[in-house]
Design a protein around this ligand. Structure first.
Ligand code: SAH
Ligand code: SF4
Ligand code: F3S
Length: 486
């Protein structure tokens, strides 16, 4: 997904993970400060996926109404919240380690309240309070509206837990406090939960049933963002292609392609992205809609997980390799070679053989992915795979296979960057480049990073950049003209 605004590496966590542990590195975000003079200070740190980062903005909005400003300094906080992830064991270990640091801080500041939110809260429920004695508050992803009450209970000296999952909560009416934003790009949550039950995955247990948010509230939120000067929205869900919403009177039905179109029509100055697409659900209608509107970015995150049909069946992904290949061909047919495609792959899933692993490599060659988020299999308690299948690929084999997946994928990523050289790309300027004050950075439609001398351009402008070279991970070039939008 997109660039983090603020990524922290803790000084006292173990050495940075190698590429073979996971890729990309576990991201952590600390919400930046709001300084509106509210009485209490909330420090909120978020782990995991964009959904969590987006939820932290909803939580901040709820607590803002309750008299909390956010702070970037743990030492200033009255309330610390960790918005946690359970997707792999490593993600949970990172949170445990962070909790032990926060607990030693709490010993020196006994008035500090500590809460755990998100997927780990949902998975462990009140067990968290037994395991981590200094945690005061455990709140699952569908219970954030209850935070003010729960904090009152904690203020009264109790511990508080709410991990009820909901069939209809979408926080549609809550305007997020845009904490994770550069003022140009924003995330808009369009659905919650997941009904897919992939056998390796904890998300259906931690996030509950799939539900789609009211289409009008999504469009309104995007309109408001445009009015505030935002230029790009990313529509978020675990499986956006299964978005479906029916109005209460039953007269209006909106599927994902139609929602995408409504958002694209808001303004030619607004770019639209979305994530994640499930290969079983992405339709030609979605692809044609992408082709119809230039301001819908030509980038699809289409996680394959494996290139072998037997493994895909064990994973309960409900498609096989020919199906996946056909969807990729449909993307190429309808949107052309330039449309970027990225994947997630899991190496060393239960009983995966060497030949099956080689099929994952051959799928990578077939698709020529622009980007990949690759992991080795990590058994999650309670999932179908944990209950029914043996986690029998040795760790060193998992890591070796993962490294081969990463290496193969990077070959193609470099080639995909190289083929962009010599062409003009429309880039939305997101800010200064990390390399130099004199350079700006942004992304093209394909989500590739583009860096160029700033000239007279500013953050939020659309510029046309002639790309002259590539580092293999970014495109370098110079501005040839400026545009007001699409
Ligand atoms: N909804 C998205 C995935 C969300 S989780 C989809 O279906 O594509 C993000 C990624 O984490 C997954 O795509 C998968 O590659 C990885 N993942 C999930 N569970 C995992 C596990 N138990 N071990 C290793 N990787 C896992
Ligand atoms: Fe997990 Fe599968 Fe749902 Fe993605 S689609 S969140 S991998 S269960
Ligand atoms: Fe992690 Fe939950 Fe997202 S498990 S990846 S934070 S949905």
């Amino acid at each position: 997904m997109s660039q983090p605004l603020l990524t922290l590496d803790f000084l006292d966590t173990p050495a940075a993970p190698t590429a073979a542990d996971h890729q990309p590195a576990q991201e952590v975000r600390v919400s930046p400060a709001t300084r509106t003079g509210r009485q209490r200070k909330l420090y909120i740190e978020s782990y995991g996926c964009q959904m969590n980062f987006s939820d932290s903005e909803i939580v901040s909005s709820i607590l803002f109404e309750e008299g909390f400003d956010t702070t970037e300094q743990l030492s200033d906080a009255d309330l610390v919240l960790l918005n946690t992830c359970s997707i792999r064991e490593k993600a949970e270990q990172t949170v445990r380690m962070r909790l032990s640091q926060i607990n030693s801080h709490k010993k020196r500041n006994p008035g500090l309240l500590v809460g755990v939110l998100g997927c780990m809260a949902e998975r462990l429920k009140s067990k968290f309070l037994e395991e981590e004695k200094l945690v005061d508050l455990v709140v699952g992803p569908d219970a954030y509206r209850d935070l003010p009450n729960l904090i009152r209970e904690v203020d009264g000296g109790q511990k508080a837990v709410n991990v009820l999952l909901s069939r209809d909560e979408t926080y549609a009416d809550i305007t997020p406090v845009r904490l994770n934003s550069n003022g140009i790009t924003a995330f808009v949550s369009i659905m919650r939960g997941c009904d897919n039950m992939c056998s390796f995955c904890v998300v259906p247990f931690t996030r509950g049933r799939e539900r789609s948010r009211d289409a009008h509230s999504i469009v309104q939120e995007c309109r408001d963002l445009v009015a505030q000067g935002y230029k790009e929205v990313t529509l978020l869900g675990q499986n956006v292609d299964s978005y479906k919403w029916t109005s209460e009177d039953g007269l209006e039905f909106v599927n994902f392609a139609q929602l995408l179109e409504r958002v694209a029509l808001i303004s030619p100055e607004l770019r639209v992205r979305f994530s994640t697409s499930h290969p079983k659900d992405i339709t030609d209608e979605v692809l044609y809609t992408m082709g119809k509107y230039e301001n819908i970015c030509k980038y699809i995150h289409l996680p394959a997980q494996s290139g072998n049909s037997r493994v895909l069946k064990l994973m309960n992904r409900t498609y096989d390799r020919p199906w996946y290949e056909e969807r990729v061909q449909a993307i190429r047919r309808i949107l052309g070679e330039d449309c970027a495609i990225s994947t997630d792959m899991i190496s060393g899933f239960c009983s995966e053989t060497e030949e099956e692993h080689l099929e994952t490599l051959s799928l990578i060659d077939f698709v020529q992915y622009d980007m990949g988020y690759n992991f080795f299999y990590s058994e999650r308690p309670g999932t179908l795979a944990a209950r029914k299948l043996a986690d029998d690929v040795p760790l060193d084999v998992k890591k070796r296979r993962l490294q081969e997946v990463i290496d193969r994928q990077q070959l193609h990523a470099r080639a995909r960057y190289a083929r962009m050289v010599g062409r003009v790309h429309r880039v939305l300027v997101e800010g200064r480049s990390k390399r130099s004050e004199e350079q700006l950075s942004g992304r093209n439609s394909q989500n590739q990073v583009v860096i160029f001398p700033k000239g007279t351009a500013q953050k939020g402008d659309y510029v046309n950049v002639l790309v002259t070279s590539t580092t293999g991970a970014a495109l370098l070039g110079e501005i040839v003209s400026q545009d007001s939008g699409y």
